[in-house]
Design a binder for this molecule. Structure first.
Ligand SMILES: [Mg+2]
Length: 260
């Protein structure tokens, strides 16, 4: 953790009409479930994202560790989004950008993880295509054993791969992309360019995006407890949805009154 990071305040920035929203999904918009496939999007949450998207002229992107196809399944296809922490990204015009995958390395790590998961019931391997995730949420008592295995594996990873710890999960991915880079790429394109970036996230991988928006003069908002580079904080996904609901209403009222 960088010394330049301070503990975020339990507060949120005052609304402004010119934000570009970058929203993590699990643990931010939706509660975390035991298995990523168990997550359901309440219709109200989906409707809220559509309202915000409209009110911001399309300057809203979902930024997740999930694969792009999985984000589409949850929130509907076609919107700007970055999947697998930025390994794949759909811009506002619908163009999809993907990092090059190292097939041999991916398969090697996949095999090692699959062997571990086969020997440790309750753990789960998720192959997202460009990245791999080892989940142990269902068997928290194995946390030490999982950590020891991941440490050993980390030392034998090929150059260009690294491990990112998350909440009851370890992600294995190439080093040359992260959520911060995804935010930067969106901010260079319409309709995001020229707006103030606002990132909301709950986990370690969101810190890269927090640092980027802090540098750009935007707003970084951490969900839940824990140290963070974010400048602001909200307590839970429910608090995020309530606050975003207020923001949507504020934008719509501002639009009606001609203040935008
Ligand atoms: Mg998250």
């Amino acid at each position: 953790m960088s010394r330049s990071c301070e503990r975020p305040r339990h507060a949120v920035p005052p609304f402004a009409p010119d934000w570009a929203l970058f929203l993590d999904i699990d643990g931010t918009l939706l509660p975390i479930e035991d298995h990523p496939d168990q997550v359901q999007v309440p219709p109200a949450a989906r409707a809220l994202i559509q309202r915000l998207d409209r009110a911001l002229g399309g300057a809203l992107a979902l930024i997740s560790g999930r694969a792009l196809a999985d984000i589409d399944r949850l929130f509907g296809a076609g919107r700007p989004a970055a999947g697998q922490h930025g390994a794949e990204r759909r811009d506002a015009r619908g163009g999809v950008h993907q990092v090059q995958r190292e097939d041999l390395h991916h398969r090697t790590i996949q095999r090692r993880l699959a062997e571990f998961v086969a020997a440790h019931p309750g753990t789960l391997l998720e192959d997202k295509g460009m990245s791999l995730a080892l989940h142990y949420r269902r068997v928290p008592e194995l946390a030490d054993e999982v950590r020891r295995f991941v440490c050993t594996l980390e030392h034998s990873l090929p150059a260009g791969f690294h491990v990112v710890p998350g909440k009851m999960v370890y992600e294995f991915r190439a080093e040359d992309y992260d959520k911060g880079r995804a935010v930067l790429e969106f901010m260079n394109e319409p309709p995001f360019a020229g707006r103030v970036p606002v990132v909301i996230g709950d986990d370690v991988t969101d810190e890269d995006a927090f640092r980027v928006v802090n540098r750009l003069g935007g707003h970084s908002i951490k969900v839940g407890e824990g140290d963070s580079c974010a400048r602001w904080r909200l307590d839970s996904p429910a608090a995020v949805l309530a606050w975003l609901g207020d923001y949507a209403a504020w934008l719509e009222a501002a639009g009606k009154n001609g203040h935008e």
